[in-house]
Design a protein around this ligand. Sequence first.
Ligand code: GLN
Length: 247
Amino acid sequence: MARQMRVAWMYHDIMDLYGDTGNMMVLRKRCEDRGIEFVLDTIGIGQEADLSAYSLIFLGGGADKEQMSIIPDLLSRKENIRQAMASGTFVLLICGGYQLFGRYYEAADHSKIPGLGFYDYHTDTGREGARCIGNVVIEANLDGLETKIVGFENHGGQTVNVDEPLGKVIKGCGNSFDAGYEGFYDGRILGTYLHGPLLPKNPEVADFVIARSLQKDDPDFKYTDLRKLDDVWENKAREAILSKLEK
Ligand code: GLN
C-alpha cells in the first residue's frame, strides 16, 4: 500500500524559533528514504484549510508578540482542530505552540493570551525576568518506546497542571522551574519545550511521529513497521551531547 504523510505546518512564517524548520526537513527525509510520500502544506493566517485532512499538524515556538498575533486565527480554527484530533490527526507542538493548546498563556508583561483550552494545563509567567534556558535531557516512554530526548529550551512561561507529562527531566527545567517533568503526551498531541530542533537530534522521536501520523490512514500501522534507517551520525551526535550533559 502506498503510504502518504500529509503535514499541515501552521504559521510557518511566524512560529519558528531555534531551528523548528529542521523538524519538517527531517520528517521529509525520513519519509522519502522509505518511499513514503511526504506532502507539506504551510497554513498561514487567514488561509483556508481543512486540518482534519492531514496526518499531522505541526506548530512551532514563538516569542510572546508572535504568539499574540496568531491567536484570533488559531481560535477561529478551534472546532476544525478538535475534529482533526478526533479523526486521528496527530499533533506535534513545540514550546509556544504547546502552550497555546492549554487554557491560557501569561506573557512576560502579564497579559493573558487565551489558549485553545483542549487541556487543563496552563502557563503562567515566572519570576520577573526569569527564564528556563539551556540544554535539556528527558526520559520518555512513548507508547512503550523508552527513549532519552535531548533538546534546548528557552521559555519564560511556566506550564503547570500537566496531568500527562511527556517525560522526566534529567537535565534542564522542563515544564517549569523545578517541575521535574517535561512536555505533554496523551496519545493525540505531543507537546514539548524542546527546540534544538527536536527531531534531527532525536531520530526515534521523529519515527514515532511518522508512525503516529501514518495511523491516520491505517490505524494498524506500527512504529516497528517503519524500515530502520542508518542513523549512525545522528546517534554519534546524540551520544556526544548526552555524555556532556549527563556528567
Ligand atoms: N514566548 C513563550 C515563552 O517565553 C514561548 C517561547 C518559545 O516558543 N521558545 O514562554
